[in-house]
Structures are given as C-alpha cells and as structure tokens.
Ligand binder design. Structure first.
Ligand code: GAP
Length: 480
C-alpha cells in the first residue's frame, strides 16, 4: 500500500500508464512543467469544466460566460499591475546554479519539521515567513534561510545569492518586426479578459448589478520552481468568475462566495475535513481581502482556489489607462459608480489533481487462498471519464451482437466503452483503473431473458437487471 508521499508518485505513474496525463513532448525528453492530457484525462477535464460551468453559469441566472482571446493589448498588463507587481522573490544557489522561490524553500523546511513531529516550530517558521513577506523584507528572508540552515536540495550547500524579484509573465512578439512596440504577453490570468469586456457584456446582456461573468481558459506563468506534476505548471487552465457588486457590499459578497464555492467542492464527494480556508496575510496588489481553499493533497494542504475581494482596482485602472469610462448606472439608487468585484478563481489542473488524489485507491483483496489487489479510481459518476463498459462474456454465440446493440442505445446519452478481449476479470480491473463506475456483461442468459449483469466499481457487487434498463440506471447515477 502506497504511503502518502509515495501515493503522489503512484498517482503520477498511474496517470501515465492509463492514458490520463503524459509529460509534454516526451519523445524529445519532455518539457519541464508542461503536460498533455491523454484520452481519459481529457474526458475527465471536460467533465470537470462542464460541472463548474453548470454550477456557476447555468444555475446562477445572473452569471454569464465568455471566451476571450489569450493575446490582449499589452497596456492591459500595465493597467492590471502585472508588469510591475507580478513578481516572486527568488534566491539562487551559487554552487548548483539552481533558482528557488523563497517561500517554497521555507515552506519545505516547515514541512520537514512537521514530518519530524516539530509542529510548533513549523508553525512559528511559517508565521515568520508571512510577516517578512508582508513587509517585502528580503534581507530578513535571506537571514531566515541562513538561520534555519536551509540547503539547496541539489548542491546541499547554503551558498545563497541575495534575494531578487522575477516577473512571471511570458512575452512574445506580434508581426514580423521585433521591437518593443510589438511585444505582447501570454495572459497570466483569465480575469483581465473579463474586466476589459465588462461593459460589452453588461450592456449587450442588459445585466443589473449584482451579476457575474465567468470564463474558462488557458493561462501562462513562467514558474521558476515548477515541480509537483500538474500542481504547478507553466501552461495551465483557470476557471474564473468576476462578480460585479455595489461598492461597500464587498464583505457580504466575499462571505457568500466563500461559502458557495466550498459547497461546490464538497459536492465533488470530497469530505469537508479534507478542505480548509487559508486567509492571505500578504494581499495581492489588487485585493482588500483574500483567502485560498486548500485541499489535503498527498503532499500536504495546498491551494486549489482563491477567493479575492478585488475592490474596483482593475476597472478603475482600465478606465485610467484606456480613457474609456468603466462606470455603471445603478437605477435603484440613481448613482453612477465603478463596481467592486469579488473573484472566484480555481485552477482546473489542480482540481483534476485533487479529484485524482481523492479517487486513487489501492485495495488489498487477498484471501487465505490467494493474494490479490486492485487499483481503482473512485470518481463520482458525474465526472468519471467513462460512465459504462459493455462487455460480452465471450466473443461468440451472438453475445457481441447483443452487447453492440446495448452500446448503440447508450452511446448517444453518455460516454461508454466496448471491449471483448481478455477474461472478464481482467476487463473489470482495467475499467476500475480508469474509474468506470459501471460494467454490464452480456452472457448466455441474456439470450434467454434479456437480462445482463451490472457490476458496481466500488463495491464490486453484481446484480441482474433487464438490458433495456441499463441507460436509465446509468443516467440516474450520473445526474445525481
Ligand atoms: N485571477 C486571480 C488569480 O489568477 P491565483 O491565486 O494566482 O489568482 C488562481 O491563481 C488559481 O489558479 C490558483 O488557486 C491555482 O489553482 C491556479 N494556478 C495558479 N498558478 C498555477 C500554476 N502555475 N499551475 C497550475 N495552476 C495554477
């Protein structure tokens, strides 16, 4: 049975072996911190996107979605503060020439203390880190690294440079002439596509405050320390929603969205105890309050989603830089104002890693007679990549034809899989490994009474049901 740190490695290997996630450009030895989703990973990703969209857009009558371009006018990133403020304090080790994010080095030390049972010391260290980060006290941070005897994981020395700030945005050139004017950025967050379209959407949708604009899309950050699989990537996807509100009501809406988002997380079938809120001590350049929803990954509690009270920072700055009015007329109070914004921002890839971490189970099925085990992904049926496998017991006697007919009835309703190769036991195990909640087996009895065996992934229990009830049973489960 994999222990927690090993479990993380086991999940990475499982994802590759079973077609969920591959290292990008693998035949060229890969590209650090970039990953490709395979046949089951992309289905899982799509299902999670749809589930978020349904909850945020379909079920909230005052939230609409957009799909803005990745390339945007470069002044946007000046106005948003990303050109000047989107930096991480970094430190280099002079011997290994490796560069590290300062907070990550110190957090790793705190984790080490925790693993040694030095919980109070670990908390003290993290408090100290928060205080120094909040003051941008780089000398103090370097001293903390030295005092704690933190060594470079590669060279094992403490030969550190001073701490410097590095901007995380990727830039590229548009057109054929490369000069400063043609430099544009790959967006580091999807939020700005929403802010710059705020008035377009509000006016054309005749939306009244409070209302939200949601978006799912790619974001890019030149993360220096990009390890931990799909937790921290250079190209990733975000699912963001900006909720436009009356100035002064931000506290109330901030609490509302914290609660609302936590409900969504729990609706993924993950127990409450696996989540916690973490309030930000050092606020991002745009926020007056912010917290993270953290999930207990096999590598510890880590951020999955941020809830930010962004004030009128973004709209006000876009008004100033673009010289276009970003005001809203509130007919209820007869006033013009720049709305305040509450943002919910969740990483799609981190959500996938969270769902995989929760679903991955190694089960010991040994009996006195024989050793046995299985690996299964216990996804909730609504997000499982494959909902149903249709399996003829043997490849003859007309069973494949009956199974094909069931397959044809089901495949327009949900994703299903047909397979006739190998023993039924092996086929069940393959379906467990990709998280398929139901398998139906067609056997000789089916020819007599038109019933099939349905096998449930989690309990491995089997029961006989009428073949024409399969669609209904599966649909009921995936819609709960
Ligand atoms: N618009 C606000 C914003 O971008 P953020 O806290 O920087 O806020 C939001 O990012 C979410 O995006 C994070 O909670 C995380 O899930 C995800 N995210 C951020 N950087 C990431 C990275 N390098 N790789 C994967 N996901 C990332």
């Amino acid at each position: 049975m994999a222990t927690d740190p090993n479990k993380f490695q086991a999940i990475i290997s499982h994802c590759k072996e079973y077609g969920f996630i591959f290292p990008s450009s693998e035949i060229y030895d890969g590209l650090q911190a970039v990953y490709d989703y395979g046949q089951w990973g992309s289905e899982l990703k799509k299902n999670i996107k749809d589930y978020w969209w349904k909850n945020m857009v379909q079920l909230h009558e005052n939230i609409v979605g957009i799909d803005a371009a990745i390339f945007m006018h470069p002044t946007i990133w000046k106005a948003s503060g990303h050109v000047d403020n989107f930096n991480d304090p970094m430190i280099d080790n002079k011997d290994s020439k490796k560069r590290y994010r300062v907070d990550h080095l110190i957090e790793a030390k705190a984790e080490e203390m925790r693993n040694e049972g030095r919980e109070d010391e670990a908390n003290g260290l993290l408090d100290e880190l928060d205080k120094l980060i909040a003051k941008d006290d780089f000398d103090g941070l370097k001293q903390l690294i030295i005092n704690q005897g933190i060594k470079c994981p590669v060279s094992k020395t403490s030969n550190w440079t001073d701490i410097r700030q590095f901007n995380l945005m990727f830039s590229t050139q548009v057109g054929s002439v490369s000069d400063e004017a043609s430099e544009i950025y790959l967006r580091p967050e999807t939020a700005q596509g929403i802010f710059v379209n705020f008035l377009n959407v509000q006016k054309t949708g005749r939306l009244k405050i409070p209302f939200g604009i949601a978006q799912i899309g790619k974001a890019f950050r030149n993360e220096i320390v990009a390890r931990q699989f799909i937790f921290r990537m250079r190209e990733f996807e975000q699912m963001e929603m900006q909720y436009f509100i009356r100035p002064g009501s931000q506290k109330e809406w901030y609490e509302f969205w914290k609660e609302e988002r936590m409900k969504w997380h729990i609706s993924l079938g993950i127990p409450k105890e696996k989540y916690r809120f973490h309030d930000h001590v050092k606020l991002a350049h745009y926020a007056d309050a912010a917290c993270d929803i953290e999930y207990k990954f096999p590598i510890g509690f880590k951020e999955v989603e941020g809830i930010h009270s962004r004030t009128d920072f973004d709209l006000k700055n876009h008004q100033e830089y673009s010289k276009k009015k970003m005001q809203y007329f509130d007919s209820e109070i007869n006033q013009n104002y720049i709305p305040y914004v509450i943002e919910t921002s969740i990483g799609l890839d981190r959500t996938i890693l969270m769902v995989l971490s929760e679903a991955y189970i190694e089960e010991d099925l040994s009996t006195a007679e024989k050793q046995d085990s299985r690996v299964l992904l216990r996804f909730p049926a609504k997000i499982a990549p494959m909902k149903l496998a249709v399996l003829p017991l043997v490849k003859k006697d007309g069973l494949p034809e009956i199974a094909r007919k069931i397959m044809d009835d089901c495949k327009s309703h949900f994703r299903c899989f047909y397979e006739e190769k190998d023993t039924i036991g092996k086929r069940y195990r393959r379906m467990d490994a990709i998280g398929t909640p139901f398998c139906v087996t067609v056997d000789q009895q089916t020819k007599q009474d038109n019933t099939v065996t349905i096998r449930y992934r989690d309990s491995m229990e089997q029961e006989r049901i009428p073949a024409d009830k399969v669609t209904e049973i599966v649909l009921k489960e995936i819609n709960t």
